[in-house]
Design a protein around this ligand. Structure first.
Ligand SMILES: Nc1ncnc2c1ncn2[C@@H]1O[C@H](COP(=O)(O)OP(=O)(O)OP(=O)(O)O)[C@@H](O)[C@H]1O
Ligand SMILES: [Mg+2]
Length: 281
C-alpha cells in the first residue's frame, strides 16, 4: 500500500476504499487539516487516533462529502467525493453507515423507528422489507427484544449498539464510527469492539474508527493514523505506532496510559488481540 504523502495514479486511487490526497481544509480562518494523505484498502479497519480538536471528525465529514477540501482530493470507493454534486453524494453516502459521536438517536422515535430511519427516508423499500432489515440489524447487535423501547429507556451501551444497528441497516460497504466506545464501561466497550470486528469478518465491511480509546484502537485496527493539530504524524500498523519516535505520538500514548498498559508486542497487557474480552484480566 502506498504510504501517506506518496503521489498516486487514478487507478491506485480506485483500488482503495478511501484515498485522501494532500488535503488542506480551513474552517473560518483556522487551518484544520494540513496536507493530509491517507489510504485504506477495501475490507480493512483504519483507526484515526488523536487528541480532542486534532481533526478526526473533520476527516469523517470529508469522507461523507459534508466538507470539501480547499485543495487536495478525497476518494471513496474510487469516486472523487470532493468533486461531486449533491445527487452523486447522496448515492455514495448510501453505501456508508455512520455512527455519530454521542450516538445521536432521535429521542421521540422508538428503537425500531430509529434503525428504520434511513431506510424509510429513501422510500425505496416496502414496509415488510424495512421491518425485516430492522429486525436483522437489531439481531446483529443483540437488541431484537428492544425494538419497541424509547431511547430514554436504554443504557449508554445499548444506545451505541442501536446507533450501530442504524448504521448497518442499509447494508453499507463502509462504516464510519466516531468515538464508538466513548463513555462506555469496559464490558460495553468490548461489546462495541466485537461488533466492529464481526462486521468486518462476516460482511467484509471497511471501517474507519475515530477514537482516543487506545484499547479499542489496538483491538480493531489494521492500520492506524495519528493526527495532531490537523497534521498526519503517523500512518502504519499497530506495532509501528508504539515504536514511533515522534514526540507528539509519544506524548499522546504516554498521557493515555499507554506506557503502563501496553507490552512490547503491540497488544495491551492482559488482553488477547484475537479473543475479545475472553482473556481480559
Ligand atoms: N464548523 C466549524 N467551524 C470552525 N471550526 C471548526 C468547525 N468544525 C470543527 N472545527 C474546528 O476544527 C478542529 C477539529 O475539529 P474536529 O471536530 O475534527 O476535532 P476532533 O479531533 O474530532 O475532536 P474531538 O476528539 O474533541 O471530537 C477543532 O479545532 C474545531 O474547533
Ligand atoms: Mg470528534
Amino acid at each position: 500500500m502506498p504510504e501517506a504523502g506518496a503521489g498516486m495514479t487514478d487507478s491506485e486511487a480506485a483500488s482503495s476504499m478511501i484515498h485522501l490526497e494532500h488535503v488542506y481544509l480551513a474552517l473560518g480562518d483556522a487551518p484544520i487539516l494540513k496536507d493530509v494523505s491517507l489510504d485504506l484498502n477495501k475490507g480493512e479497519t483504519g483507526v484515526i487516533l488523536g487528541s480532542s480538536g486534532s481533526g478526526k471528525t473533520t476527516i469523517l465529514r470529508l469522507l461523507l462529502g459534508l466538507y470539501r477540501p480547499d485543495s487536495g482530493r478525497v476518494f471513496v470507493n474510487g469516486d472523487e467525493v470532493s468533486a461531486m454534486g449533491e445527487d452523486d453524494l447522496y448515492r455514495v453516502r448510501g453505501m456508508m453507515g455512520m455512527v455519530f459521536q454521542g450516538g445521536a438517536l432521535f429521542d421521540s422515535l422508538t428503537v425500531g423507528e430509529n434503525v428504520a430511519y434511513r431506510l424509510t427516508e429513501r422510500d425505496e423499500l416496502d414496509d415488510e422489507e424495512v421491518e425485516t432489515r430492522v429486525r436483522k440489524s437489531l439481531g446483529f447487535v443483540g437488541l431484537e427484544d428492544s425494538i419497541d423501547l424509547m431511547p430514554a429507556e436504554l443504557s449508554g451501551g445499548m444506545k451505541k449498539r442501536v446507533a450501530i444497528a442504524r448504521g448497518i441497516a442499509a447494508s453499507p460497504k463502509m462504516m464510519l464510527y466516531d468515538e464508538p466506545t466513548a463513555g462506555l464501561d469496559p464490558i460495553n466497550s468490548f461489546n462495541v469492539i466485537r461488533l466492529i470486528k464481526k462486521l468486518k469478518e462476516s460482511e467484509g465491511v471497511t471501517s474507519v474508527v475515530v477514537t482516543h480509546d487506545l484499547v479499542a484502537a489496538f483491538e480493531v485496527a489494521d492500520r492506524i493514523a495519528f493526527i495532531h493539530e490537523g497534521e498526519l504524524v503517523y500512518v502504519g500498523d499497530r506495532d509501528g505506532v508504539l515504536a514511533c519516535r515522534d514526540t507528539r505520538v509519544h506524548e499522546f500514548l504516554g498521557r493515555s496510559g499507554c506506557v503502563a498498559l501496553f507490552s512490547g508486542n503491540g497488544a495491551p497487557a492482559g488482553y488477547s488481540m484475537s479473543g475479545i474480552g475472553r482473556d481480559k484480566v
